[in-house]
Design a protein around this ligand. Structure first.
Ligand code: UD1
Length: 340
């Protein structure tokens, strides 16, 4: 029998790509989303890619009764939880919005899963939990550090909530995937990142500048202690990242976990500087992009990249898509949005 995966937040950037990969791997998916941070573009794109209507429930995971009702209506073999706010800067000025939404939606989901007899839970965590690392690359055993933003803190807190819940309730199993910097779009250009307002993240800002929506890209800081003075990150292709979820769900559903709670880094293992990424984009797109150096952005760390060995060993996953293809997909998506 087909297994069913619930994807709260499945109409967003990562959730929509994960939904496509799950369906293409033979899973049934139910998307639940309150559409608070997206429109229907990605949901419609998902349906077009997979060639059918994907079950969709418009609901808020902060509504405990609605979450319970959802778990009564369907049997879920796994949940991949994306229903959270994610803007680092906004979380500094509106911390309560982040704590109440991100924590409550997660605990409501866990309680309903528990009441329904248990479930496999996959939590979308972030490399932000490592703070400014001292050793490179970071492994899952690298120390977590004090969060620099309420957003980052909710990631740490939800990891802890999952760990404590799995330890207390034998019917729950958990995996946390710590994403590095997800970029790019589906090769169909039908789904991708849809930032609201001015993008905070690098690649959407680059593509919006390239298409003419923004005047010039600020490269924040050229005096970091790196080879070219700009920050180093581990940019992971969104489709590769989505495939890691399928591997993790399969591991949980097939009862292959070695511990009831596991953590995996999801990155390429390759550090890339902001300038290297920018130059690659210019080469791949053929666009003459306006950019300039600007002062460092508050809160940015100098460098971080993953050791993804554990994911390769235990999940059988590794990043495969070439950077040029990833950047071309981000550019194709921006052009698709602009109707070009
Ligand atoms: C941030 C979050 C991370 C989250 C990720 C989503 C923290 C500390 N980081 O990562 O948790 O998963 O977003 O993708 O919470 N840059 C520019 N110009 C720009 C935008 C960015 O030069 O207009 C530079 C930044 O200074 C940084 C790099 O590009 O060095 C990457 O920035 P960004 O895409 O915002 O991601 P992070 O801050 O690394």
């Amino acid at each position: 029998m087909k297994k069913t995966v619930l994807v709260p937040g499945g109409a967003g950037y990562i959730g929509s790509h994960v939904t496509v990969e799950l369906i293409e791997s033979g899973y049934d998916v139910v998307i639940a989303d309150n559409m608070s941070n997206c429109d229907e573009t990605n949901y419609r794109g998902v349906c077009q890619i997979v060639g059918r209507e994907v079950p969709f429930v418009k609901m808020d995971f902060c509504d405990a009764e609605a979450v319970k009702a959802l778990f009564k209506k369907y049997h879920f073999d796994a949940v991949i939880h994306f229903a959270a706010f994610k803007a680092v800067g906004e979380s500094m000025t509106e911390p309560l919005k982040y704590y109440s939404n991100n924590i409550l939606s997660f605990t409501n989901m866990l309680q309903a899963a528990l009441d329904a007899g248990g479930c496999n839970i996959l939590f979308s965590s972030s490399a932000t939990v490592y703070g400014e690392p001292e050793k490179f690359p970071v492994t899952e055993a690298s120390p977590r550090q004090d969060a620099t933003s309420p957003y980052g803190n909710t990631k740490k807190m939800c990891e802890d909530i999952l760990f404590d819940s799995v330890r207390a309730y034998p019917t729950l199993k958990g995996i946390a995937l710590r994403y590095f910097n997800p970029i790019g779009a589906h090769p169909s250009a039908l789904i991708g990142e849809l930032p609201r307002g001015v993008p905070n993240n690098l690649v959407p800002f680059i593509t919006q500048t390239a298409i003419g929506k923004r005047e010039s890209l600020s490269v924040f800081g050229n005096d970091y202690p790196t080879s070219d003075g700009t920050c180093l990150r581990d940019f992971i292709d969104i489709v590769d990242l989505a495939k890691a979820h399928v591997c993790a769900v399969r591991r949980m559903i097939e009862g292959k976990m070695e511990q009831d709670y596991e953590i995996y880094n999801i990155g390429t293992g390759r550090p890339l500087s902001v300038m290297e990424l920018l130059n690659s984009f210019i080469r791949v797109s053929g666009v003459k992009l306006n950019w300039h150096f600007a002062p460092r952005r508050a809160g940015d760390i100098t460098a971080i990249w993953a050791d993804p060995t554990l994911a390769q060993q235990k999940l059988g996953w590794k990043a495969e898509r070439k950077l040029d293809d990833t950047l071309a997909s981000a550019w194709a998506w921006e052009k698709h949005l602009a109707g070009k």
